[in-house]
Write a protein that binds this ligand. Structure first.
Ligand SMILES: *Cc1c(COP(=O)(O)O)cnc(C)c1O
Length: 346
C-alpha cells in the first residue's frame, strides 16, 4: 500500500517552483557551544519563492489545485506577519493569479508601518483585507470570497497555514527528500521543528510512514496546547493519506508535541527566542525568526540543557523560514544585541 501511495504522491498535480532539495548542513559551532548532541539543520528557509520557508512546499500542491479548479485568484489568511500569506502572494504571482490576503491586525486597522512580510505582500501585488478576527479567520475569508464571487471572479480558498490534505503532501514529499539525503549521513535520533497549524508535522508523519522512517518527529508548539493540536495533526495526516488512496492515520504516540515554550503567546518574543536568534546568527551565520523558528530552536536549546538530548546523539533541526518577520521586531532585537550576552536576563 505505501508503494502505490508513493506513486500517487509522485504524480499528484503540483506546480514546481520550490528550490529542492533543500540543503542539510551540520551546525558544528552551536553543537560545541551547547556541549550536547551533534546538531544539523535542514534548510527549508531556502525553498525560494520570495524569501523561502515551509509554505513553498505546500503551495506547490495548493496552486496546482487552484489552477485545476479554473481559479483566477486565490484567498488566504494569517496574522499580520504571516509567512504563509507572503509566500501565497508570491506563488499566486508566479501562476499569474491575483492574491487576496486576509490579515489580522488589532482592531482590523492597517498597521502604522508596512514592514517585514507586510512590505513584501505589497511588493508581491497582494490585495490585503485587514480584519480584527483571529485564526482560523472563517468569517472574514467567507466575506472576501463572497464579494469576489459577486464581482464575477473565481476565487480559490487556501486555508490558514496552507494546512489541508492537499497542502500537507508537500511535507510528505519533504520526508521522502530527507530519506534520500539521509542515505549519505550517519543515523539521527530526532527531528525537531516548530508546529502551529500542524500541516508540516502531519505531512512529515505521512511521509515517514510512506518511506518507513522511524526517527521521532518532535514538534515544538508555537501557539497551541498539545491536546488541541494533536487531533488536528492526526486528522490532517489521515486526510493526506486518503488523497493518496491510503487508509491510514498516525498512532497517537507518534504525534510528539512539546507545548512548554508558548511563552507570552503567539508572536510574543521572549528571552528564549532572542537567545536562539543571537546564538544561531553569531555562531553559524544563519538567521531564525522571532515567531516560529526562534521559538522552536529556543525550545531545542532548553531541551539540550535539560539533558533530553545528549552527547553522542544527532538531532536534525528543520528551519521552516520566517526571516522577514525579523524586521518587524527590529527595535527589541537591537536592544537585545546591545545588551551583549546572548542570554537576555530580563
Ligand atoms: C507556518 C510556519 C510554521 C508552522 O508550520 P505549520 O504547518 O503551520 O505547523 C513554522 N515556521 C514558519 C516560519 C512558518 O511560517
Amino acid at each position: 500500500m505505501p508503494e502505490s501511495a508513493l506513486a500517487a504522491l509522485a504524480t499528484y498535480p503540483r506546480v514546481h517552483f520550490a528550490h529542492l532539495p533543500t540543503p542539510v548542513e551540520p551546525l558544528p559551532n552551536l553543537s560545541r557551544y551547547l556541549g550536547g548532541p551533534e546538531l544539523w539543520i535542514k534548510r527549508d528557509d531556502q525553498t525560494g519563492l520570495a524569501g523561502g520557508g515551509n509554505k513553498a512546499r505546500k503551495l506547490e500542491f495548493l496552486l496546482a489545485a487552484a489552477l485545476a479548479a479554473g481559479a483566477d485568484c486565490v484567498i488566504t489568511a494569517g496574522s499580520t506577519q504571516s509567512n504563509h500569506a507572503r509566500q501565497t502572494a508570491a506563488a499566486a504571482a508566479r501562476c499569474a493569479l491575483e492574491s487576496h490576503l486576509v490579515l489580522y491586525a488589532p482592531g482590523g486597522a492597517p498597521p502604522a508601518a508596512a514592514t517585514g512580510n507586510v512590505l513584501l505582500d505589497h511588493l508581491l501585488g497582494a490585495t490585503i483585507h485587514w480584519t480584527a478576527e483571529r485564526a482560523p479567520y472563517a468569517e472574514s475569508l467567507a466575506r472576501v470570497e463572497a464579494s469576489l464571487r459577486a464581482a464575477g471572479r473565481r476565487p480559490y480558498l487556501i486555508p490558514y497555514g496552507g494546512s489541508n490534505p492537499t497542502g500537507i503532501l508537500g511535507y510528505a514529499l519533504a520526508m521522502q527528500e530527507w530519506a534520500a539525503q539521509a542515505r549519505d549521513l550517519p543515523p539521527f535520533d530526532a527531528h525537531v521543528f516548530g508546529t502551529s497549524s500542524g500541516g508540516m508535522q502531519a505531512g512529515m508523519l505521512l511521509g515517514a510512514h510512506l518511506c518507513d522512517l522511524s526517527t521521532p518527529l518532535l514538534g515544538i508548539s508555537i501557539d497551541a496546547p498539545a491536546d488541541v493540536l494533536a487531533p488536528r495533526v492526526i486528522d490532517l495526516a489521515a486526510g493526506g493519506a486518503a488523497t493518496l488512496g491510503l487508509r491510514w492515520q498516525p498512532d497517537a504516540a507518534s504525534v510528539c508535541i512539546n507545548a512548554d515554550y508558548l511563552g507570552g503567546g503567539y508572536a510574543v518574543m521572549g528571552a528564549p527566542e532572542r537567545e536562539a536568534i543571537q546564538l544561531l546568527g553569531r555562531l553559524e551565520g544563519i538567521l531564525v525568526d522571532p515567531v516560529y523558528t526562534g521559538r522552536a530552536l529556543g525550545g531545542l536549546i532548553d531541551l539540550i540543557r535539560r539533558g533530553t538530548f545528549i552527547t553522542g546523539q544527532r538531532v536534525l533541526f528543520w528551519h521552516s523560514g520566517g526571516m522577514p518577520a525579523l524586521f518587524a521586531f527590529g527595535e527589541s532585537l537591537l536592544r537585545a544585541v546591545a545588551g551583549g550576552p546572548a542570554r537576555d536576563p530580563s
